[in-house]
Design a protein. Sequence first.
Length: 138
Amino acid sequence: MGLLVTAWVLAASWQDRDGAKGALIAATITAPGMRYVFADQGFAGRLVDWCATSSRMNLDIVRPPAGQRGFVVHRRRWVVERTLAWLTAHRRLARDYERTTTVSEAMIRWAAINQMLRRLTRDHPTQRQKRRHFDWPD
């Protein structure tokens, strides 16, 4: 569905792999029922072992099919890319305007809330108010 569970923004000097533990801990606190997390090959290795021993989540590494040549869409990875595209459609997230990671996380949450509200109200669009005409007395 592309719903945001948690937002974890790090400085550019951090590796994604190093920040993943904090994001997984935050996701465990926010959504204790979450059992599966899909990640790309950059997160393989010690993070999978840490996730298996320290949390109740299964970290599944999405790998390309054996013998793949050229571009092929991976089903689970596409969900992440689609969600990022939806969030980036918000003008504020198109560029890095913020100076702190806290503000960046807030902007990501704001965009996710906006997207969720649009989905909830999709079947019932708001009606434009009718124009009011005022007749001046003669």
